[in-house]
Ligand binder design. Structure first.
Ligand code: NAD
Length: 276
């Protein structure tokens, strides 16, 4: 008997990285998974991986910043699997490093639309279905940047702080209606998102690209060198970057009955960063 036998799950941003790892983990533990992403090729690849491992999954194309597209995603879950028990609202993007005064309005809107409004849109569509089904579990992906400030990433950090506040508030609204709502706050994790730093919406000028390149090199040195200084060590106390599967393990815990008395929390999965 697996923890999610007979349950239906939706995972956004499941074409790669943390979302793919989460979709695979939930399926491995018995859930039928709706793999949702704007990236159709990557999404279908995730479905393929799940099916080859003996799991059940279906792909749906979604743009989480578009409420109609999100409603369709939840409709597909209900039509395909008869309901919705689990949702991992995970899709997100990252800007390049740019100071606040250098952020264009359209860049700001794009980050907030996907990272924050997208999570709201998902929950707005998922909650009524879960309540009708007798309850469920939602996990939103925040970030370490949702717990502390990050210079040069203010729009991203603001969107992720928003996810933390949204998670707490919705958890309170639905605590008596059987839906638990939590978040994970990953630290640096080996995924494609770092590629968004270069040439991303906030990194278009030459200066931004140079700053980005410098930050990436500094991060790589801090992470890889065995003899880095102690201030760098404080940045990731466990001295390494996470694998996406390590975030997926925390998501699975929060979705499971092992977390039946946990709601409204954001769990840092960050090698100790939040403790520093
Ligand atoms: P990733 O780029 O591998 O995955 C993000 C996925 O979201 C991609 O498959 C992408 O196609 C999808 N996506 C982007 N915009 C979308 C949209 N409008 N609609 C639907 N799907 C969309 O990166 P990841 O690291 O796996 O990111 C997953 C989440 O984890 C994000 O919310 C990110 O902010 C968060 N996070 C990542 C890290 C890290 O270091 N990797 C750290 C903290 C938080």
């Amino acid at each position: 008997m697996e923890r999610f036998d007979g349950q239906a799950a939706v995972v956004t941003g499941a074409a790669s990285g943390i979302g793919r790892a989460s979709a695979l983990r939930l399926a491995e533990e018995g859930a039928s998974v709706v793999v949702a992403d704007i990236d159709t090729d990557g999404g279908r690849e995730t479905v393929d991986l799940i099916e080859r491992a003996g799991g059940e999954a279906t792909f749906v194309e979604v743009d989480v910043s578009d409420t109609a597209s999100v409603e369709n995603m939840v409709d597909v879950a209900v039509e395909t699997y008869g309901g919705l028990d689990i949702a991992h609202n995970n899709a997100g993007i990252l800007t390049g490093f740019v100071e606040t005064t250098g952020i264009e309005e359209a860049q700001w809107d794009r980050i907030v639309d996907i990272n924050l409004k997208g999570v709201w849109a998902c929950m707005k569509a998922e909650l009524p279905v879960m309540v009708e089904d007798g309850g469920g579990a939602i996990v939103n992906t925040a970030s370490e940047a949702g717990l502390v400030g990050m210079g040069g990433l203010s729009s991203y950090s603001a969107s992720k702080h928003g996810v933390v506040g949204l998670t707490k508030s919705v958890a309170l609204e639905y605590a008596k209606r059987g839906v638990r709502v939590n978040a994970v706050a990953p630290g640096p994790t080996k995924t494609n998102i770092q590629s968004g730093l270069i040439g991303g919406p906030g990194g278009s000028s030459l200066w931004d690209r140079v700053r980005t390149a410098v930050e990436l090199v500094k991060t790589a040195i801090r992470t890889l060198r065995a003899d880095y200084d102690t201030s760098a060590m404080r940045e990731v106390p466990m001295d390494r970057i996470a694998d996406p599967e390590e975030i997926a393990g925390a998501v699975a815990f929060l979705c499971s009955s092992d977390a039946s008395y946990v709601t409204g929390h954001t769990l840092p999965v960050d090698g100790g960063q939040a403790a520093d």
